[in-house]
Write a protein that binds this ligand. Structure first.
Ligand code: GMT
Length: 377
């Protein structure tokens, strides 16, 4: 099949999911065309069957806002005709489903059929899409998609609750490529000693440092934890809350125990040495970052909101607490890290739970959907 993938190319879950899905489909012989404004961060163009088409939005001074949707829908029309694309798969509804629908309509005028699948990822529904300024257009474009998927049951429920939809939403959970232990051992770019002393535990948080991630909670949990268990905190990512976290660490006198990496392409190296992952988010449709950690044997301390309970299993792969209950989160973190035997058990469990989301189990669900889309009249 020839599939066009539209996504956000930056660091962030939906772009990562789209990229990994495209790469895996390409390995199976499908031809994948990424259409977006920049090469997605995890996309290597050296893979056979992978193509990247950049959407250019010329800067015209008359416009206060440059019309990205227009440029994207035009590019889609051109690429579909040029490469004879069979199916369009858009990730994150805003504005991709809307631009996709416009492309579909333009192509229909020329007698070209383009079935469209929209995958809802989270904030496109729960935070941004739900805003009154966007709601009508988001509702319209979801209803006009041929198939709609969501990355968790929780997100499906939220979508039905927040929008008036006449479409069925099919849940296809996010996935992970499972790296076996011997493969993990081969990751040697960075030494553990660069991150922490031998007697220190390594605690990690990875995100885009937005308000929804409750970054101050990450710092509070770590502050309580390091009083009981010698440890270091790895803060990976960039975003508006990063400066707040740096200031908090300084005020709490723990700056020497916290490393701020910024955006990193070496997440695997950091996760390989991590003992605990913190995800105290306000809401999270899935929590891909937590799953990525679990696949590296890292247990998770998280909030119990949104789709996180579908990924992090209470008392098995980690613990879940009410949003903002940093005392409970700290207590649970200390419990996991206090002795080696407990930590070893949680590490094993985290990996076992992560295996349920092995890409090998999830990919066929998407392929089935593409097949169905091809058969649409
Ligand atoms: O978390 C973000 O703010 C980024 C956002 C994205 O689209 O990149 O993440 C959402 O999609 C991810 C992939 O499906 C999910 O794992 C995240 O839980 C979800 N974020 C939220 O719901 C806040």
């Amino acid at each position: 099949m020839k599939i066009a993938m539209v996504c956000y190319p930056t660091f962030g879950g939906s772009g990562v999911v789209a990229t990994e899905l495209g790469l895996e489909l390409a390995k199976k012989g499908h031809e994948i065309h990424f259409i977006t404004y920049k090469q997605p961060v995890r996309l290597s163009l050296l893979n056979p069957n992978i193509y990247f088409h950049e959407v250019n939005v010329p800067n015209y001074p008359l416009f206060h806002y440059q019309p990205y949707e227009l440029a994207l829908s035009s590019k889609l029309v051109d690429m579909v005709k040029l490469h004879k694309i069979d199916v369009l798969h858009v990730h994150y509804a805003i504005p991709h489903a809307y631009a996709g629908y416009m492309a579909k309509q333009m192509l229909a005028e020329e007698g070209i059929k383009l079935p469209m699948i929209t995958t809802l990822h989270g904030t496109d529904i729960t935070l941004v899409g739900n805003h009154p300024f966007y709601k009508s257009a988001v509702t319209f474009s979801i209803n006009k998609s041929d198939f709609v998927t969501s990355v968790s049951n929780s997100l499906r429920e939220d979508t039905y609750r927040l929008f008036e939809l006449n479409k069925q939403i099919c849940v296809i959970p996010n996935f992970i490529e499972i790296t076996e232990q011997k493969e993990m051992d081969k990751i040697t770019i960075c030494q553990r000693s660069v991150l922490a002393k031998e007697n220190e535990r390594i605690v990690t948080h990875i995100s885009n440092f937005r308000k929804v991630k409750r970054i101050p909670d990450v710092v509070k949990i770590f502050y309580n934890l390091q009083k009981e268990v010698p440890s270091k905190l790895m803060m990976v990512g960039e975003g508006p809350e990063k400066a707040i976290a740096e200031k908090m660490c300084e005020e709490l006198g723990i700056s020497d125990k916290v490393i701020f990496f910024g955006n990193s392409n070496d997440i695997n190296q950091i996760l390989k040495y991590s003992d605990l992952f913190l995800l105290p988010s306000e809401t999270e449709s899935f929590g891909l970052a937590a799953l990525e950690a679990m696949a590296f044997n890292v247990p998770v301390i998280s909030s119990n909101s949104g789709g996180i309970p579908e990924v992090n299993e209470e008392g098995i792969s980690g613990y879940l607490s009410n949003v903002g209950d940093t005392e409970n989160m700290s207590k649970n973190a200390i419990h996991i890290l206090k002795d080696d035997a407990t930590l070893a058990q949680f590490k094993l469990n985290a990996f076992e739970v992560a295996k349920k989301f092995d890409i090998k189990n999830i990919l066929p669900l998407y392929e089935e959907l593409y097949e169905k889309a091809l058969k649409l009249d």
